[in-house]
Write a protein that binds this ligand. Sequence first.
Ligand code: HEC
Ligand code: HEC
Length: 340
Amino acid sequence: MKNITLWLRFILVAFICLTIAVSCQSNKQSQQPILTSLGPPETVTGAKPIEPIPNSSKFNLEKVALGNQLYQETQLSGDNTISCASCHALDKGGTDRRVYSVGINGEVGFINAPTILNSSLHFKQFWDGRAESLEEQIDGPINSKHEMGSSWSEIIQKLQKSPEYVAQFKTVYDDGLTSDNIKNAIATYERSLNTPDSKFDRFLEGDTNALTENENKGYQRLKDYGCVSCHQGILLGGNMFQKFGVFGDYFQDRGNITKADYGRFNVTEKQEDRFVFKVPSLRNIEFTSPYFHDGSAESLDKAVKVMIKYQLGREIPQDDIDSIIEFLTTLTGKIEEVSS
Ligand code: HEC
Ligand code: HEC
C-alpha cells in the first residue's frame, strides 16, 4: 500500500514536470516568429535584403561613348526630331517629368516614362515586363508610332550616310553598323548609368552616421509597415510583379480605365495578371515625379498615401509619412564614373 502511494506521488511529480517542460517549449515556439522578424536590420522575413548598388563595373569606353551618341541621336526617329534622351533626360532623373511622353508629330503616349537610371538592374524591362533585356527593350520605342516611329532599315540607311558613324562602328564592332550593334551600344551606355554612393548606400556599407535620425526613422517605418515586401533588393523594386490595388480597387476609384492599366495582363492574357505591374525602383525617386504608370501622383506625399491605402490597406500618421519621404531622398545616388 505504502509502495503504491509512493508510486502515485512519483507519477504526479513526473506529470507536473512534463507539463511545465511542454509549456516552456510551446512558449519558445510561439516566440520564434517574433524573434526572426526582428532579425538583422537590413533583412525582413521573406524579403530579399536591400543591398547597395555595386560601383565597380568595367565597360568598353568606346562602346559607351558610341552608345551615348546614339542615345542622343534624333536620326533614330522617323522625322529626325526625337531621341531616347527626349523622354529619358539625364538632367531630369532619366525621365521626361511628364504624365505621358510626347513622341514624333506631337503624339501623346498612354503610359508614364520610367527612368533609365539603374535600368540594367531591373529583372525585366517596361511596366508590364514585356522585354527581357535592355537590347530587346529598344525595339519598342524605335517602332512605336507614339514614340520614334521608325524602323531599323530606315535607321541603318540614314546612319550609313555618315562616314563618322560607319568608321566608329567599324572600330567597336567586327561587323560594323548593324541594328544589333546599335542596340548593344545603347544598352552598354545604359548599363553605365547606375547610381551608387547614395547616403543610404553608405549607411548599408556600415556608415551609421550616413542617415539623420528622421531618415533612419523613415527607413524603420518602410520596413515596419511592409513597403519592403514589394520594394526590396538592390533597387528597392524592379525584382517582382505586384497588383496595383491589393486592398481596394484603385482603378475603379480613379475611373477611365485604359488598356495600359491592364499591365502584365497585356503580355500573358491571364486574368490574375490584370492590373499587375513591375514594382518600380525607389532609387532617385525624388527627381522622377509624376509617379505611377498613369503619372497620377504629382508628389511623393500623394504617391506614398496611395501606396498606404491601396497596397497596405491602412492609415498611418502624417508624421510617419513625412519620415518615409525624408528617407526616400537618401536614395539619390551619383551617376557612376565609367572606367575601362
Ligand atoms: C516618346 C518618348 C520615349 C522615347 C523617345 C523613348 N522612350 Fe523609353 N520609355 C518611354 C515610355 C513611355 C516607357 C514605358 C513604356 C511601358 O512600360 O510600356 C519607356 C520605357 C523604357 C525603358 C524601361 C525602363 C523600366 O524601368 O522598365 C527603358 C530602358 C527605355 N525606355 C529606354 C529607352 C531608349 C534606350 C530609347 C531610345 C532608343 C527610348 N527609351 C526612347 C518613353 C520613351
Ligand atoms: C503589395 C506591393 C507594394 C507595397 C506593399 C508597396 N508598394 Fe509601392 N508600388 C507597388 C507597385 C506595383 C507600384 C507601381 C504602381 C503603378 O504605377 O502601376 C508601386 C509604386 C510606388 C511608387 C511610385 C514609383 C514610381 O516611380 O512611379 C512609390 C513612391 C512607392 N510605390 C512607394 C511605396 C511605399 C513608401 C510603400 C509603403 C508605404 C509602398 N510603396 C508599398 C507595389 C507596392
